[in-house]
Design a protein around this ligand. Sequence first.
Ligand SMILES: Nc1ncnc2c1ncn2[C@@H]1O[C@H](COP(=O)(O)OP(=O)(O)OP(=O)(O)O)[C@@H](O)[C@H]1O
Length: 719
Amino acid sequence: MTQTNFGTDKLSGGRSVTEEKLLVAVRVRPLRADEGSRIVHVVSDKMLVLEEETDSRRDVLRQRRINDKHYVYDKVFGESSTQDEVYDAVCAPLVGDTLNGIAGAVFAYGATGAGKTHTMTGLMSRALSHLFSAIAKSENPDSFEVKMSYIEIYNENIRDLLNPSVGPLELRDEGGSGAPVVAGLSEIRATDAAHVAELLARGDRSRTAEPTQANQHSSRGHALLSVSINKSVSAGLQRGRLFLIDLAGSERAGSKARRLEGAHINRSLLALGNCIMALSGGARYVNYRDSKLTRLLREVLGGRCRTAMIAHISPAAEHRDTTRSTLHYAQRASTITNKVERELVQTPMHLSQYRSVINELREEIARLKVKMKDDLSSKTIDDNQRIEDTKDKEENTENLKSLRDAIVSTFKQQMRLRRRLMELDSHLLGLALDAERQHASISHWEARFNRLYKPISLTGSRLSTQQSYRGVTGMSSGNSERAEAEVAVEQAWAELAAVEREQEAARSERDRVERLLEQVRLRGAQLEKELPAHITSGPEREVLSLVCRVHELEADKLALQGERAARAHELRRRDMALQRRDAQRRLTDEIITRQRRILEEAGVAVQSDLGQLYELYQQEIHASTYTETSDLYTPYRLPPISSSMSELTWSESSSGSGRGSSSGSGGTLGLGLDRLPRLAPTPRPRTRYSHASATTLKRYSSDDSIVMAPPRNNDNSNP
Ligand SMILES: Nc1ncnc2c1ncn2[C@@H]1O[C@H](COP(=O)(O)OP(=O)(O)OP(=O)(O)O)[C@@H](O)[C@H]1O
């Protein structure tokens, strides 16, 4: 599983930085038939007027002229503006930049129902098809790689919209660059515009939506689409990125059911507003830490991104207050300046660094040559002998020069091949994680399907599981959930097959590069062996040993960087394994808790050693809660032992702990047979599905299957 960095990686030196103002645009959505009068008037493509309320006791016309507020922005889109117009003016230039290693971001801001999702949906699809057509037209389309991730922040939980079956993801600060990382986030390689459209549609289906007063299909979470465009260039890896962000809309009066989500939305938007205020006021310290949204948008707002904000407003009188507030925010945002720069991710070794090493060596060699000449001229020897010696010397120097050039060239080749090997290793590790993720997704859906329809063997081979799944899907029809499961599993299998093909190609390329490297290394060793015969002076020896040493060090450095990359991948892999273990443990807890309840309700006696195992299990769970502190891994607990301790019914002889009494309703039923401790109500997972809609939770609570249902978009869209 990859760790996606919504911020930036380390940069190489020598880049150009330009200060750029945030581009601020305002889009007015069309007035709806059910809305009252229009109070927003677009005057030009940069100005709009907001009618303010008039004082009826005064001259209405005059008062209105005084009160009406004019607002000027970089761009104003009126009610009849088209998606293409917005795209061309705001987003298209950023897409062009991303191909040149510059990060760009567009975020949609505004109240609920103001048109953010409408705009962003249009921008997302256009941006990605524009991107692929620009890559296809470029000189070297194969040097580009496009990856995308799509997340939603809902109730301060981060959800992977491209892999919604996994639980909330953790946001980690990765020291140095200050850019937070979403651990375990899927980053899917997008192959073409059609593939992207499919991924976007999948992500959009997983977004959380509920009706609000102003919008029947209101997005209740912030959606962040991140597209990375990596391009192999001679100096390393140039990385352009595009962030398209659809913020959730604030809502003044939320229904009871949505108070929590409303509070989260308003809190994160408030944090965002505070950041905008601080940045626009030139504050030296900006507090991004108040919400996950602002932590993730740090680079977009105060970083190296070329950023555009599209503020959305309704033209209707009934939204006057929210419109005014949005317009004020937009004005403040227009004074924010970012330091835009090209992003060049450090690859194992920069050719520029290599060149400077070679240049230094050349200078050294030149100095030593001068020194050698001086040494020779200062020697007093017979003239004939001198001519002989000089001839030999010249010939030898020539030989030495070509030998040295050959050595340098083999080292260069070696470096290039080693770098390529590292890239391939890293690619293979990434592919292995991709494959693991697809397997996880398949097993999730199969388990779920299993529960709903018909038991199928999960132990079968991959192919047989796939076939049995298909067999089952063919048996029933008309269920949208099953259809979605089918699509998800089909897609996962297709992606898995693509990953496997890519793995095969990468492995054979790796073998080829490894063989080449071995040949080059042998050639280099051979050349080095020839050196001593050509070396006639101490300085020459010194120069050549220096050449070798520098290259040895470069090789060591490369190997160390390779190890570091491998370790980073290993950490990611463990992250993924931990998440899976955690999910398994939650299921186990659920099973045990339910079984305990059944046993208790039925008054079933259990063997005392089983009782002891239950107790041990509870203690284990309690012990683990002391060590687990992160949001993500906070387990829900079994009923606290202490609360039921007084009612514990272990016979002293069986538990040996001396706790509780063996009398009363829960007393010992027989020799070695006990009742289990009383249960508190079954606790719910506190984080994993806390973002599920009320409907989902209802289904979950009435569902007596052991497999938990992930939150579903369909549920959410139905009030
Ligand atoms: N420019 C527009 N042209 C036509 N219809 C629009 C436009 N903007 C918004 N709409 C329509 O208005 C309704 C609300 O828009 P949308 O869902 O995009 O709002 P939103 O700001 O994303 O709301 P929320 O924050 O609640 O998700 C939708 O039915 C949408 O199609």
